[in-house]
Write a protein that binds this ligand. Structure first.
Ligand code: HMG
Ligand code: MG
Length: 299
């Protein structure tokens, strides 16, 4: 059966805006996060404490994060690649961080300037220190299905890195289909092997990009397997600057439309969320790619 409730992990301000050509002003980002919280999202990934030259779109993290301190009852995780990033995040009071590994060597090199094992070694002290401070740690795993340079990614290769992330002490995993090539059978095969190898479904979230229009089908396959944490990006913003052919994330509105239609609770007010994405699309100067936003907003 399907779960009665799903926790949506909203990634628009981070995964969405990191891929915009224009740098969005800090005050617009702050209003975006406030509006998302106001629409009922309880987890909003706010920004990244990465090297500002690698992701200039999020170079204002120090300026943005304190502007979110008045948002109550909403988790505001931030991406942290290394100890320098952790220092920056905890100095501002971040209570949830995410490290981000890759299932493939090519993407690890391009995204983190490291091999897969070197990047895990980089995360080890980050996760250990976070755990000591009772900071919640999410472990992203990119290229779980296909990689633009290496092609299809074998499930056992994904499971090896997933297990290492769990061994480091991550509280949850997010399985990334960074370039949006997954299909539902592949999703279920990976989830089944993860379970067999000791990673429980309760620790797994899914992170789909919609390049091939499969994100909702893949989400439904994951829900049928028992997954209850789903990543999505308001209005379908996003991509990844270091993965060619990555387009937008699964749109939060499309996800909410499906979940509510299935009678699954999310706590999200779809009208307020859609209004937020329409507002953001005006700021970005182009319409939202979300089918649900376009249908509801009549654009
Ligand atoms: P590097 O060049 O190897 O860095 O980059 P380094 O460790 O050699 O350090 C070089 C200099 O950078 C040093 O300064 C450090 O202090 C500084 P120096 O001593 O030379 O003056 N530095 C930093 N400064 C500020 N903040 C930091 C930081 N770290 C080092 N955190 C590094 C390695 C990991 C830093 C770099 O590769 C990086 O920042 N990568 C981030 C890439 C990124 O953010 N990608 C997008 C997120 S992943 C994604 O989108 C996928 C996901 O959505 C899931 C999916 O869809 O698959 C999550
Ligand atoms: Mg992503």
């Amino acid at each position: 059966g399907l779960p009665p409730r799903v926790r949506i992990h909203e990634v628009g301000p981070r995964d969405g805006l990191q891929n915009e050509k224009e740098v969005v002003p800090t005050e617009v980002k702050a209003e975006f996060v406030h509006r998302l919280a106001g629409a009922g999202l309880t987890t909003v990934e706010a920004t990244s404490f990465v090297h500002p030259k690698w992701v200039p779109q999020l170079a204002d993290a120090e300026d943005l994060f304190p502007r979110l301190s008045d948002i109550g009852g909403v988790d505001l995780p931030v991406l942290v690649p290394n100890e320098r990033g952790l220092d920056r995040a905890v100095a501002l009071g971040a209570r949830r961080i995410a490290v981000f590994a890759s299932a493939t060597e090519t993407f690890a090199a391009r995204n983190l300037n490291r091999t897969v094992d070197e990047s895990l070694a980089m995360f080890e002290p980050v996760v250990a220190r976070a755990k000591d401070d009772k900071v919640h740690v999410r472990g992203y795993l990119s290229m779980c299905f296909g990689d633009p340079w290496e092609g299809a990614v074998p499930v056992h290769q994904v499971v090896r890195v997933a297990r290492r992330l769990m061994e480091l002490g991550c509280d949850e995993l997010s399985l990334g289909d960074t370039i949006g090539v997954a299909t539902p059978g592949h999703v279920q095969a990976l989830l089944a092997l993860l379970n067999e190898e000791g990673v429980p479904t309760s620790a797994i979230g899914v992170h789909f990009h919609d390049t091939y229009g499969q994100a909702l089908a893949n989400t439904l396959a994951a829900l049928q397997h028992g997954v209850t944490t789903v990543d999505a990006s308001a209005g379908g913003l996003g991509g990844c600057p270091y993965a060619k052919s990555a387009t937008g994330n699964l749109a939060t509105e499309d996800l909410v439309w499906m979940l509510h239609g299935l009678g699954i609770e999310t706590g999200v007010d779809l009208g307020r969320l859609t209004a937020t994405s329409v507002w953001m699309a005006e700021r970005l100067g182009r319409p939202s790619p979300s089918r649900t936003v376009r249908a509801l907003a009549g654009t």
